[in-house]
Write a protein that binds this ligand. Structure first.
Ligand code: UDP
Ligand code: MG
Length: 340
């Protein structure tokens, strides 16, 4: 582990209108973390709260040097707030949790133990959920099941934000939209070792949840994005090309049949096979379009990876004698050890 950071772990908590929840959470956090006795920092993110959250956070900041405050200009949503916190965090291990007291700081040591065992990402698993069954639990079960199947990662619960990561893993991942739910899937694509620990899911005491049933549909859309990103982001033509070839091929076959009917058997194909002809044309055109979309995708993928110098692989470590032999050329390094 890189020794450039004296901070062992950072706790990242996003807040949106949680003024009543902040003081008790802070008390509980410091109690637990002081008990562990390793250097830590708290990264509190105010996601454009409209209540007095920022004032409350500022008061805490004033008298505790381990507290960092990141305030967003407006409400950007939980994923962006988390990402802002992750980017700011300096600990070797980063722990994220909700600021509404639904996550119990007492459970933090269990996450740290798992990281200690050598895992890169430890995810909480709400084994007894307290949320509304139809509105929250059922959709979440279906989504979790699909996510596990699609990503091939054996997790029970992808949805909770109560997680611990090694810093290099989480800072590598770009988060868009509401993709924080899919961090394990995205991380696993970079080869992260993933574990889970059962956690309690406490009831929200004050304030109210920022989400309802509308979120479910968006989660399913996100699922499609993640699946596509994981499987095809470096080779979009393989996805669109297949559809394209199938469509255009079928269309051409039909067209050949129609041509045979017309020019060989001299049938009035427009009258006899009108719908079939339309189908042939539609298939052919959409096939060609899918194919060109795939080609465009390939170009975009190249821009995406090359403009950011983004490798298409992820290194865990590199051993080489080059340095000793006086070779100073830059070689790829695992991202975790790079200076930021
Ligand atoms: N949150 C946020 N920005 C938002 C919505 C939520 O920072 O736009 C925070 C919120 O303050 C809480 C956490 O994200 O700390 C989880 O939100 P919530 O409790 O509403 O979600 P739920 O527990 O219902 O999934
Ligand atoms: Mg909550």
């Amino acid at each position: 582990m890189a020794s450039d950071s004296p901070i062992r772990y950072s706790i990242v908590v996003p807040f949106y209108n949680e003024q009543e929840n902040i003081p008790p959470l802070y008390m509980k956090l410091t109690e637990v973390l002081d008990g562990i006795g390793e250097p830590y920092e708290l990264v509190f993110v105010d996601d454009g709260s409209k209540d007095d959250s920022f004032k409350v956070l500022s008061e805490i900041y004033e008298h505790d040097r381990r507290v960092n405050l990141v305030r967003l200009r407006r409400n950007f949503g939980q994923t962006s707030a988390l990402k802002a916190g992750f980017d700011f965090a300096r600990g070797e291990v980063i722990i994220s949790m909700d600021g509404d007291l639904q996550h119990d700081p007492e459970e933090i040591p269990r996450f740290l133990d798992k990281i200690e065992e050598g895992y890169d990402l430890v995810s909480g698993w709400r084994h007894h959920r307290r949320d509304h069954w139809l509105m929250r639990q059922l959709p979440s079960r279906i989504a979790n099941w699909m996510m596990a199947k699609l990503s091939g990662i054996d997790l029970h619960d992808f949805g909770t934000t109560f997680k611990a990561y090694r810093r290099e893993i989480i800072q590598e991942i770009q988060l868009y939209g509401e993709l924080h739910r899919f961090i394990p899937a995205l991380a696993s694509s970079t080869g992260a070792r993933i574990a889970e620990v059962p956690i309690e899911n406490l009831e929200r005491k004050s304030g109210r949840s920022n989400y309802g049933i509308g979120r479910t549909i968006r989660v399913f859309l996100d699922l499609i994005i993640v699946k596509f990103l994981l499987d095809y982001s470096t080779r979009p033509l393989q996805f669109f090309g297949l559809l394209g070839v199938a469509g255009a091929g079928l269309g051409s076959l039909l067209a050949c049949f129609l041509a045979y009917e017309k020019f060989y058997l001299h049938k009035a194909i427009m009258a006899e096979h009108g719908p079939l002809m339309l189908l042939a044309v539609a298939l052919f055109i959409s096939g060609v379009q899918f194919f060109s979309m795939g080609l465009l995708g390939e170009i975009i993928a190249r821009t995406y990876y090359e403009s950011q110098n983004k490798p298409i692989y992820a290194l865990r470590e590199v051993k080489s004698h080059r340095k000793e032999m006086g070779d100073s050329t830059e070689s790829p390094r695992p991202s975790g050890n790079s200076e930021r």
